[in-house]
Design a protein around this ligand. Structure first.
Ligand code: COA
Length: 287
């Protein structure tokens, strides 16, 4: 396996929306087979796995277990190097399935977003968890405009709402869903519909946000809601970029959270009254 040189990696970071501070940490944490033999094995295994899975959705949890803290900064960046090393192959695959150049780079920019989000949450550079990144870097997950999608064995396309300052407008979502249906039409699986597993699917949000809000309008596209699991951590992380230990959000943390917007006030008020937030799976069929 050939790792991109630091110069090439630096250039790739620019294309993948990796912020300067994360870029500096990444280049300083370059794995070396002589200095880090065990991490190098992890790197070559992950790299091989991505190439073997290229364009194929396999059963099971796609995320890779984070490496122990003792592996330090190199350990926190080793999967990032595996992702960078497969960029040429994934870009080629994107082109073969008809993604535009911009759609391809937008899809891979999930890495920059995840690095920034991980650093904001933990105060340390590197990846805290890989989540869906192995799917993105094997061409199974892609971003098409405002929304991102993942092929799934169920025939439903999993829908993700990437964090962005761009609002979740109807027009942007319509365009993304239409484009997604176009892209998957070439795959052997029949598109059954779209699914979204998220705190954004928590039907309690309608008690606090007006029907005109983009989140509620997005939620109303989905017609069945299942798999309710407690997830107070999700709005805490996605909206406030904060983490907590234990089953409940500590009252002292709630006191610190900004209360500028309807959503910020909703999240905190609901928790203060003893309520919980849930991840739910919303689904709608493709007509
Ligand atoms: C999804 C998202 C783009 C929606 O933003 P939007 O289009 O502005 O949504 P709405 O129109 O429904 O906003 C309703 C209210 O909530 C506020 N709001 C929405 N998202 C917010 C956020 N991330 N932080 C603070 N307030 C937010 C809006 O400002 C508005 O309040 P206001 O009327 O007092 O100004 C935004 O919430 C976001 O980026 N979230 C993070 C991504 C995420 O969680 N993805 C799912 C991962 S599982």
């Amino acid at each position: 396996m050939l790792l991109p040189s630091n110069e090439v990696a630096d250039d790739l970071c620019g294309r993948l929306a990796i912020e300067q501070v994360d870029r500096d940490s990444l280049l300083a944490a370059r794995p070396d087979p002589a200095l880090h033999p065990q991490l190098w094995q992890v790197l070559t295994r992950s790299h091989r796995q991505l190439l073997e899975q290229l364009g194929r959705r396999l059963p099971g949890n796609p995320a890779w277990a984070p490496l122990p803290d003792e592996t330090g900064s190199v350990g926190r960046h080793v999967f990032v190097w595996a992702f960078l090393a497969v960029v040429p192959q994934v870009r080629e695959y994107h082109s073969a399935i008809g993604l535009s150049d911009d759609e391809s780079w937008d899809s891979l920019s999930a890495l920059g977003e995840e690095l920034a989000s991980s650093r904001r949450l933990t105060g340390r550079a590197g990846l805290d968890a890989t989540w869906g990144l192995p799917l993105v870097f094997s061409g199974v997950g892609f971003r098409l405009g405002r929304l991102a999608f993942e092929r799934d064995l169920s025939g439903y396309l999993n829908t993700h709402v990437p964090s962005s300052t761009d609002p979740l407008t109807d027009a942007a979502c319509d365009a993304s869903f239409v484009r997604a249906a176009e892209v998957v039409a070439q795959f052997p699986e029949q598109l059954a519909g779209f699914a979204c597993h998220s705190w954004l699917m928590d039907t309690q949000l309608a008690q606090y946000l007006p029907p005109s809000s983009n989140i509620i309008r997005f939620q109303r596209r989905f017609t069945s809601f299942t798999d309710r699991t407690t997830a107070d951590w999700a709005p805490l992380e996605h909206v406030f970029h904060r983490r907590f230990d234990g089953p409940d959000v500590p009252a002292a943390l709630l006191d610190e959270l900004p209360q500028r917007t309807t959503l910020e006030r909703a999240i905190v008020t609901h928790l203060r009254h003893g309520g919980h937030w849930y991840n739910q799976t919303g689904k709608f069929t493709n007509h």
